[in-house]
Structures are given as structure tokens and as C-alpha cells.
Design a protein around this ligand. Structure first.
Ligand code: FAD
Length: 260
């Protein structure tokens, strides 16, 4: 069972509880809002689940859950998916072998805000997509399907992300430069640099948790080698950043504490 009051999270770790909470919220709450899914929205949902089934480094019960849901969606060939059918499909199946289970509670650990309205789901969703871009980069030839994960994220955010202003901002950034990404490593760096662009825009604003100020990430104390100075001007060492991201968002850096 999960501790009622998690100890202070270690910011050098990724927490499985955050990842699973974000998946639960996206698949069962956010995607369950429209009365029916069809057209581009249904395609975006299928694509999201297929990408998760392929790359999410989950516990066996969660991998089984994602594979089952992906298989079910592939068999759904009708143009409309009513909410009632989706609600059934996203349920757990304890009796399957292996059990297909994604926990149905929301527990934020690394993404826990100092107040309930801070952090949480948006933080979890960023974490999921960083992790997926890294898994895709570890998993296959660099030049093959470079936009597989970024394209999935773009569609998911556009069609489902509850914060519409966020979705518009993200779509504007994507429209500007996402198509120029030519490799899977570049995709990892695209998401990192655009997340930093968002951090810079939001720094000091009213959605910022005062206890978690928006930084250009990773800060020097987390990754000294990521930072350099050229003629007194700060720049990033992108090779060092890529290698940092690949270690930070790796299965070995996911803390399983608090995952039920
Ligand atoms: P987050 O920014 O959510 O980051 C989560 C975790 O990721 C951090 O704790 C850190 O471990 C890691 N991280 C931080 N930066 C990076 C990076 N550059 N690369 C890799 N990992 C990193 N909010 C708004 O108010 N307006 C918006 O327009 C807006 N647009 C958004 C668009 C998207 C697609 C998403 C997913 C969220 C958006 N949000 C927006 C929410 C906002 O970006 C934060 O998620 C939210 O404010 C919570 O911030 P946080 O401090 O938990 O850290």
C-alpha cells in the first residue's frame, strides 16, 4: 500500500506512481469526456494507446493492460466509439493472465504540488512523453519514424488535453518546427527544448507552484556538464543533455515506491 504522506520526493528520480496516475487520468478521465470518439479524435486516441503499448516501460500488469486495450481498439473498426463502450474497455481485468491492471487511483509523488491545484496531471503528462521519446530513441534506428512519439503527443494534446490554452500554445510550437525533426534523438531534444520554452514563458506566473519555481531544466546542480559558457553567454551542451535525458528517463531511474 502507498504511504499516506509520501516522503519528500527526490527530484533526480522518475516515479512510477506519477506515470501510472497520468495514464489513469488520461485514459479514463480525459478521454472519457466526449460522448463519442470519432474521426481525428478517435485516431488520436488509438495512436496514443498504440504508442503506450509499444514504449511504456510499465510493470507487467500495466503492460498487459495497455496491450489488451490496444488490441481491443485495433478491433474497433466502426467509425464511432461511444463513451459507454470505451468505459468498459478501459476497465481492469484481474482475471486475465497476466492480470491487466492500471491502478485506478491518483497519487502524485514527484509531481505533487504544495497545493492540490498545482502540478499533478500536467506534470505527469510531460513526464510520460519525455519517457516515451527516450524509450523510442533507445529502441530502434535513429532515422526511422522520428515523429512517432512527438506526433502522438501532438495529436493527444490537440484532441484531449483539458487545458485548451496549453493545447493551443503547444500546437503553435509544433506547427512551427516539429516536422523538421529528422531523428529519434532529435525528437528527445525537441521535446526537452520546447518544454524549457514553456517553463520560461510560465516562470513567475500564477500557475507556478511557489515551492517548485520554473527553471531551465536540468539546472546546473543536476547536470553540470549540460551547461557551458561561450564568451560569457550561457549555452547548452546538447550531447550532454541528450545523454542526461537518456539516463534520467530510463527504466532504471523509475522509483517503484508508492506504486500499488
Ligand atoms: P512541469 O513543467 O510539469 O515538468 C514536470 C517535470 O518534468 C519536472 O518536475 C522536471 O522533473 C521535468 N522537466 C522540467 N523541464 C523539463 C524539460 N525541459 N525537459 C525534460 N524534463 C523536464 N501551463 C500553463 O499555465 N500554460 C500553458 O500554456 C501550458 N502549456 C502546457 C503544454 C503542455 C503540452 C503540457 C503537458 C503542460 C502545459 N502547461 C501549461 C502546464 C505546465 O507546463 C506545467 O506542467 C505545470 O505548470 C506544472 O509544472 P511543474 O512544476 O510540475 O513542472
Amino acid at each position: 500500500t502507498r504511504a499516506a504522506q509520501p516522503r519528500r520526493a527526490d527530484r533526480s528520480k522518475v516515479y512510477m506512481a506519477d506515470l501510472e496516475s497520468a495514464l489513469h487520468y488520461s485514459l479514463r478521465v480525459e478521454a472519457g469526456r466526449p460522448a463519442t470518439l470519432s474521426g481525428a479524435q478517435l485516431a488520436a486516441f488509438k495512436c496514443y494507446v498504440a504508442t503506450l503499448a509499444k514504449y511504456f516501460p510499465g510493470r507487467p500488469c500495466v503492460q498487459s493492460y495497455l496491450q489488451t486495450l490496444d488490441g481491443w481498439l485495433r478491433n474497433w473498426t466502426e467509425p464511432e466509439l461511444p463513451r459507454s463502450a470505451l468505459k468498459e474497455a478501459v476497465k481492469n481485468n484481474q482475471d486475465a493472465s497476466p492480470p491487466a491492471v492500471l491502478p485506478t487511483n491518483v497519487t502524485w509523488v514527484g509531481c505533487r504540488g504544495s497545493e492540490p491545484h498545482f502540478r499533478g496531471y500536467p506534470c505527469g503528462l510531460w513526464t510520460v512523453f519525455h519517457l516515451l521519446t527516450v524509450q523510442a530513441a533507445q529502441g530502434g534506428p535513429d532515422k526511422e519514424l522520428p515523429l512517432e512519439v512527438l506526433g502522438t503527443m501532438r495529436c493527444y494534446v490537440k484532441h484531449f488535453f483539458g487545458c485548451q490554452e496549453c493545447a493551443q500554445h503547444f500546437e503553435a510550437m509544433a506547427a512551427k518546427s516539429m516536422d523538421q525533426v529528422k531523428g529519434r534523438d532529435e525528437a528527445v531534444l525537441w521535446l526537452w527544448s520546447h518544454h524549457n520554452e514553456v517553463n520560461a514563458r510560465l516562470a513567475g506566473g500564477d500557475t507556478e507552484d511557489p515551492q517548485f519555481p520554473k527553471l531551465q531544466w536540468p539546472p546546473p546542480d543536476m547536470c553540470p556538464q549540460c551547461h557551458k559558457e561561450e564568451r560569457g553567454v550561457h549555452t547548452w551542451d546538447e550531447l550532454a543533455v541528450l545523454s542526461f535525458l537518456k539516463t534520467f528517463f530510463s527504466p532504471g531511474n523509475i522509483d517503484l515506491d508508492y506504486a500499488v
